[in-house]
Design a protein around this ligand. Structure first.
Ligand code: UD1
Length: 339
C-alpha cells in the first residue's frame, strides 16, 4: 500500500514526505517541478535514507494520473500540489482556478472510480478572513477570501465536502496558519524563486544581503506594536501533523468522515517581533523600513489548535527562535549550492 503525495517536492510536501518515510510509509510523489527543483528529491533521499517513487508531471494530465493509480496500490493521498502566490492569483485567476481545481477533481475521479478513501487536503487559514475573535477555532465562520488563490482553497474544501458525503469517503481538511522554517539538516526548505512575497523568505534574503531592506507593510494596526500579527508554525511540526492525520484516517472504521483541523501554534507574533527574533536567533541584522499596508492583508490571525491536540495527539513543539535558526542554516546551504 502506498500514499500518494502530490506536490511532494514543494515546501511543505517535501518535509511531509520525509516524515512519512520515517514512519515507514511507502510514498509515491507526483510533482510537475513548477515551483521546486529536482535536487529536493535527492535531498529527501539523503535525509530519510529512503527512496520515494517520483513522477514528474502535471496533475491535469489525466492519462498519466491513471497510469500511476494502475501501477501502485494507493490507499490515500495528501494533496499539496497547487499554485499559492496570492498576488499572482489576482492577475492570473483563470490559471489558478484551472490548476488548483482541475487537479483536485482529477484526483477525486480516480478515488471514486477505484473506491479509495483517505484524502488529506492542504487548506489555509485564509478561509477565515479577518475573524471577529481570537484565537480562531474550526467553528469560526468562513469568509470568502479576497484572492483567487484563497477562493480555490475554499472551493476545494466545498468540493471535498460533497465528495465525502456523496461517495462515503474519509476526508481531512488541514488549515495551515503561517508555515516557516527549514529541515534541521538544512537540506530542505522554502526555495526562494523570484522576489519573495512571504515574510520569512524576504527576511532571510535581507539578512543575507540579497535584498537591501525589508518593507514592513503597515505599523498602524491595532496590535501590540502596530504591525500585523500571525501564527508562525514550524514546517517540520506541520509535516508531523500530516502523518498523525493520515494515521487517524487509515485506522478509522467510519465510512464517511469530514474532519477539519487548524494547524498553528496558538500564539500570535507581530512582524516586528518576528524580525527581532530572527536577528537575535541568528546574530544578524535585518534592515527594514515601514511602508503602507499591503492590500488584502488582515490585522491578526492565530489559531486555537486544541482540536488537533485532542483528536490527533499533535501540537506544535518548536519555538519561533528555533524555527528561525533553521531558516538561516537553509540560507547558508543555498549559498553553498550557488557558489
Ligand atoms: C499569505 C497569504 C495567505 C496564504 C499564505 C501562505 C496574503 C494576503 N495572504 O499569508 O492567503 O495562505 O501567505 O503562505 O498574502 N510582510 C511584510 N513584509 C513583507 C512580507 C510580509 O511586512 O515583505 C507582513 C505581511 O504584511 C503580514 C506578515 O508579514 O502581516 C505575513 O505575511 P506573509 O508571509 O505574506 O503571509 P500572510 O499574508 O499571512
Amino acid at each position: 500500500m502506498a500514499i500518494l503525495v502530490t506536490g511532494g517536492l514543494g515546501y511543505i510536501g517535501s518535509h511531509t514526505v520525509v516524515e512519512l518515510l520515517n514512519n515507514n510509509f511507502e510514498v509515491v510523489i507526483i510533482d510537475d517541478l513548477s515551483n521546486t527543483e529536482k535536487f529536493i528529491l535527492e535531498n529527501i533521499e539523503e535525509v530519510s535514507g529512503k527512496k520515494p517513487i517520483f513522477y514528474p508531471f502535471d496533475l491535469k494530465r489525466k492519462e498519466l494520473l491513471k497510469q500511476v493509480f494502475d501501477a501502485h496500490n494507493i490507499e490515500g493521498c495528501i494533496h499539496f500540489a497547487a499554485f499559492k502566490a496570492v498576488g499572482e492569483s489576482q492577475v492570473k485567476p483563470i490559471e489558478y482556478y484551472e490548476n488548483n481545481l482541475f487537479s483536485l477533481i482529477n484526483l477525486l475521479q480516480e478515488f471514486r472510480e477505484r473506491n479509495i478513501s483517505n484524502f488529506i487536503f492542504s487548506s489555509s487559514c485564509t478561509v477565515y478572513g479577518q475573524a471577529d475573535k481570537m484565537p480562531i477555532d474550526e467553528e469560526t465562520e468562513l469568509k470568502l477570501p479576497e484572492s483567487s488563490y484563497g477562493k480555490t482553497k475554499q472551493m476545494g474544501e466545498e468540493i471535498l465536502r460533497d465528495f465525502a458525503a456523496a461517495y462515503k469517503k474519509r476526508v481531512t481538511l488541514l488549515r495551515y496558519f503561517n508555515p516557516i522554517g527549514a529541515h534541521p539538516s538544512a537540506k530542505l526548505g522554502e526555495l526562494p524563486i523570484g522576489i519573495p512575497n512571504n515574510l520569512i523568505p524576504f527576511v532571510m534574503q535581507t539578512a543575507a544581503g540579497i535584498r537591501e531592506k525589508l518593507s514592513i507593510w503597515g505599523d498602524d494596526y491595532p496590535t501590540v506594536d502596530g504591525t500585523a500579527v500571525r501564527d508562525y508554525i514550524y514546517v517540520v511540526d506541520l509535516a508531523k501533523a500530516h502523518v498523525k492525520a493520515l494515521q487517524k484516517l487509515i485506522n478509522s472504521t467510519e465510512e464517511k468522515v469530514i474532519d477539519i483541523y487548524n494547524l498553528g501554534t496558538g500564539k500570535g507574533s507581530s512582524v516586528l517581533e518576528v524580525v527581532h527574533a530572527f536577528e537575535k536567533a541568528n546574530d544578524v541584522k535585518v534592515p527594514y523600513e515601514i511602508k503602507d499596508r499591503r492590500a488584502g492583508d488582515i490585522t491578526i490571525a492565530y489559531a486555537n489548535a486544541d482540536k488537533a491536540e485532542k483528536e490527533l495527539g499533535w501540537k506544535s513543539e518548536t519555538s519561533l527562535e528555533e524555527a528561525l535558526r533553521t531558516v538561516w542554516q537553509w540560507q547558508k546551504y543555498l549559498e553553498t549550492r550557488i557558489n
